[in-house]
Write a protein that binds this ligand. Structure first.
Ligand code: PLP
Length: 464
């Protein structure tokens, strides 16, 4: 009796609601396993736990997996056993998280050392382990259906490969991922089914959303591994705390983070960290030529870009980012999945927190060349966009910003993942990280499909 009351009290801590406001509130476990809310909205925490000054100061001594445990325990500790969570973190984060100094207090946070050499490993590895943990307790089974612009698919495939209670179906735009990205998904097989869609990333994402909202599939236990899943965003708050704690001189030393953005899941991790007490000055959100979000903040009108533009930073070719409705919600507004705004967010406050900039392919290339020549720093297109965004931020804020300001620019992929582009610009090929060596020779298997919901539905029904 006492146990039960205690349990109820604890699990009433943080509930998750839909950005569309028309679904019942759920626990973290339910939000994680569902992915999308039944009303088509995205799950958001009702409230955020806050770290004290002492807690924040203790972070600098923690290894990455320890800090991941500390942050996630604060967020979801009421729903998972502490020692289980500790083990999952240790197992998920078994790779380096290097921080490279460029000059003064300007740093590159390299999130490219995971098994698929992309920052998406941080989220996918934790999310898959949390799902497996919750499912195995009740002997349940789910099918993950996810769309990828390249890196999500490989990270998700790697993170979920071989898990007993989970089947994975990944859709990718046939002509928009690199051979290396494709092979990271298609060479695993087993519980990982990969489908090339004759369309763009936004088409893949739309197909996935349609499947989730299709009542005739509701018996299947479909879930999502896209950044529409809140289970991907919470783990992404950890590296903001990590980088800040390793570089700052105390809680008054607030960092500027430059975040290369496409679907804005990475940024959401930063904003969640901000709510939990991360000392930040501002977030720079740097997009490629798909500039719908910078334009939205400038004009206060939202216009998606369909079809999205093909830029060399292919993982950011997103013309209608799903996390935008979460950003809008964080600042008091309401936006549905089609991009219609029924309650306007507080744009003043958004602009206080976020500095948005769109970067052309030409400027991306020049940045890769310059940062290599000037600082011997090797960037790939996504990280280069963040670095360019930071340089622009300094130009725009000239006079108002100290050269001593702590700035952390995020590199989201290993340059070897985009070696064709880097080779063209620098005339040399980045060496492969260990995890990617040998992948070119492995045999592939994947399905090809027209951009048709009926075909997808049939495929899902045949491959649960
Ligand atoms: C997915 C991805 C991004 C964009 O991250 P979002 O969370 O979608 O904004 C940036 N860089 C790389 C290499 C990616 O794979």
């Amino acid at each position: 009796m006492f146990e039960q009351t205690n349990q109820e009290l604890k699990s009433s801590n943080i509930k998750y609601h839909s950005t569309n406001g028309k679904s019942p509130e759920v626990t973290f476990k339910e939000a994680l396993l569902k992915g999308l809310a039944p009303d088509g909205g995205l799950y958001m925490p009702d409230s955020y736990p806050h770290f004290t000054k002492d807690e924040l100061e203790s972070f600098s001594e923690k290894a990455y997996h320890e800090l991941a445990f500390t942050v996630l325990n604060k967020l979801i500790g009421n729903e998972i056993d502490e020692s289980d969570l500790r083990k999952l973190c240790l197992d998920a984060y078994n790779f380096e998280v290097p921080i490279e100094k460029v000059y003064d207090r300007k740093y590159i946070l390299r999130l490219d050392q995971g098994p698929t050499a992309s920052f998406k490993d941080f989220a996918a590895r934790m999310m898959s382990r949390l799902m497996q943990q919750f499912l195995s307790l009740n002997n349940q089974h789910i099918t993950i259906l996810t769309a990828t612009s390249g890196d999500t698919g490989s990270a998700v495939a790697s993170a979920f490969y071989g898990l007993k209670n989970i089947n994975v179906i990944i859709l990718f735009p046939a002509n928009e991922v690199t051979a290396m990205q494709r092979k990271q998904m298609t060479t695993l097989q087993g519980n990982i089914k990969v489908v090339a869609i004759d369309g763009k990333f936004d088409d893949c994402q739309m197909l996935v959303k349609m499947a989730f909202l299709d009542p005739s599939l509701s018996g299947l236990h479909l879930s999502s591994a896209n950044s529409i899943n809140i289970g991907r965003l919470l783990p992404q708050s950890v590296y903001y705390f990590y980088a800040w704690s390793k570089l700052s001189a105390g809680i008054k030393d607030r960092a500027i983070f430059s975040v290369p953005s496409g679907n804005f899941g990475n940024l959401m991790g930063g904003l969640i960290a901000g709510k939990m007490g991360l000392p930040y000055q501002q977030f720079i959100i740097a997009t490629n030529e798909n500039d719908e979000v910078p334009e939205f903040l400038r004009t206060e009108r939202y216009k998606s870009i369909i079809p999205s533009k093909n830029c060399i930073s292919s993982a950011m070719n997103v013309g209608n980012p799903s996390n935008l409705s979460r950003i809008v919600a964080m600042y008091g507004g309401t936006m549905d999945e089609k991009g219609n705004i029924s309650v306007s967010p507080d744009f003043e406050r958004i602009r206080e927190d976020l500095f948005a900039i769109s970067v052309s392919d030409d400027d991306t290339r020049v940045t890769i060349a310059e940062s290599f020549k000037k600082y011997n720093i090797l960037l790939e297109p996504h990280g280069a966009i963040a670095w360019y965004g930071m340089k622009e931020y300094y130009l725009v804020n000239k006079g108002n910003i100290s050269e001593k300001q702590l700035c952390i620019s995020i590199e989201t992929a290993h340059p070897a993942k985009f070696s064709e582009e880097v080779q063209l610009i620098l005339n040399q090929s980045p060496s492969l990280p260990l995890s990617l060596i040998g992948i070119e020779e492995k045999s592939e298997s994947f399905f090809s499909m027209e951009n048709s919901y009926n075909l997808l539905k049939e495929f899902v029904l045949n491959n649960q």
